[in-house]
Design a protein around this ligand. Structure first.
Ligand code: HEM
Length: 394
């Protein structure tokens, strides 16, 4: 993918690239060169990003605009809700919402605590030097998502292999779509098997409540969206958060000894500052319109850059710095409007429990080598760290 088109998917370690910063400084809405004949706009300003995300009558999330297919199985099932428009989106989101209420999340919390403790015990046994990504950052979200969906132990290895490939766009569009198709099929098959005996977890619950009105493909698509939304995103947020906090010993210490409110403030600021999901789902212009002084044509693609928007100093001076102690700053890390992340509170719960426990058990945790030993993902919708060797104690 040429750099002139792929740069919104790049990052300079934890920071936005200079190119992206320069783009926002020049104009919060920019027209890029065409890709496959489609005009692409990149939105980097906070106010502009929020306006696009809020406007479902001007923008569609339906991938069929890109794939040129009217076949439902090609489009609506890839990525679940995130690539679906009303009225299907409204209907399907209503099916998923009860699984993410506070009450349901409260039931998951002891489970998250148990997963965190087991994970950290495992690290301690392997220490003093471990890879933080494979022993911690990706373990907790994977196990939580398996519990949430109701995926049995025997199926977890196969499911795990499908995780990373779908966000890694180095293999190009076909690679990503190929991985998406395989994991979607895996989940559709799981729904098919659970139909006879609905298991515990989200898939079983949806089958019990809506099994007659939704088919296997629709339920598989919803589960796929939760997997897509909930695994890589939280794993990446964990790894980047730890790396940032290792450079901020005061905040690392606060995680251990601070009040719940302080820990919540640190986690919220980490979410804002690091914005693991670099860009929102692509928006397709439904008709010709004006976008903050630019003429956008029907069929154009609008890319909302969440990291750039979160660090927009036009929203608030200081937005480009990490500052948990200040007044809580608004952010678009979980999107905004109809497609706002349904798992935001689950992600927060995982990060709070995981980071606090890690800092408490390993107050001396530090990078095993210099920053060059940390392997960053080069090009990805969900930015992240592939490998991060750390020492758990001195
Ligand atoms: C730190 C972790 C997470 C981040 C940064 C994140 C971020 C996002 C973003 C940016 C969007 C889409 C916004 C848009 O294009 O309008 C989204 C949507 C979504 N997320 Fe998350 N997410 C996280 C965790 C989770 C978790 C844990 C789950 C579920 C288990 C989840 C499930 C979803 C779903 C189903 C959608 C689609 C919602 C819709 O289109 O109506 N996410 N998320």
């Amino acid at each position: 993918m040429p750099r002139s088109v792929s740069f919104p998917l790049r990052r300079d370690h934890l920071e936005p690239t200079r190119q992206l910063e320069a783009m926002r400084a020049a104009a919060p809405v920019t027209r890029m060169r065409k890709l496959l004949g489609i005009t692409i706009w990149v939105v980097t300003g906070y106010a502009e990003a929020k306006a696009v995300l809020a406007d479902t009558s001007t923008y569609s999330n339906d991938m069929r605009h890109l794939l040129g297919s009217r076949d439902r199985t090609d489009a609506e099932t890839i990525g679940g809700l995130g690539m679906t428009d009303p009225p299907d989106h409204t209907r399907l989101r209503a099916v998923l919402t009860p699984e993410f209420t506070r009450r349901r999340l409260q039931r998951l919390e002891p489970l998250i605590d148990a997963i965190v403790t087991e994970t950290i015990d495992g690290m301690e046994q392997r220490g003093p030097e471990v890879d933080l990504v494979s022993t911690f950052a990706s373990v907790i979200p994977f196990r939580v998502i398996c519990e949430l969906l109701g995926i049995e132990e025997v199926d977890r290895d196969a499911f795990h292999r499908l995780g990373t490939a779908r966000f890694d766009v180095t293999a190009g569009g076909p690679g990503t779509f190929g991985a998406a198709t395989t994991s979607r099929e895996f989940l559709i098959d799981l729904v098919r098997r659970q139909r006879a005996a609905p298991g515990p977890g989200l898939i079983g619950q949806i089958l019990r409540d809506h099994g007659t009105e939704l088919d296997d493909v629709e339920i598989g698509g919803l589960a796929d969206g939760a997997f897509l939304g909930g695994y890589e995103t939280s794993a990446s947020s964990f790894a980047m958060s730890v790396l940032l906090l290792l450079q901020q010993p005061g905040h690392w210490e606060r995680l251990r000894v601070g009040s719940d409110a302080e820990v919540n403030a640190i986690v919220e600021e980490l979410l804002r500052y690091l914005a693991a999901v670099q860009i929102a789902f692509p928006r397709f212009a439904r008709h010709d319109h004006d976008l903050f002084g630019h003429r956008v044509a029907r069929g154009d693609v609008v890319i909302v850059h969440l990291l750039a928007a979160n660090r927009d100093e036009a929203l608030k001076p200081g937005a480009s710095s990490f500052c948990p102690a200040g007044e809580h700053q608004s952010h678009l890390t979980f999107g905004y409007g109809a497609h706002r992340c349904i798992g935001a509170d689950l992600a927060r719960a995982e990060l709070r429990a995981g980071l606090r426990a890690l800092a408490t058990r390993f107050p001396e945790l530090h990078l095993a080598g210099d920053i060059d030993t940390v392997a960053f993902r080069e090009l990805s919708i969900v930015y992240g760290i592939e490998r991060m060797p750390v020492r758990l104690w001195r």
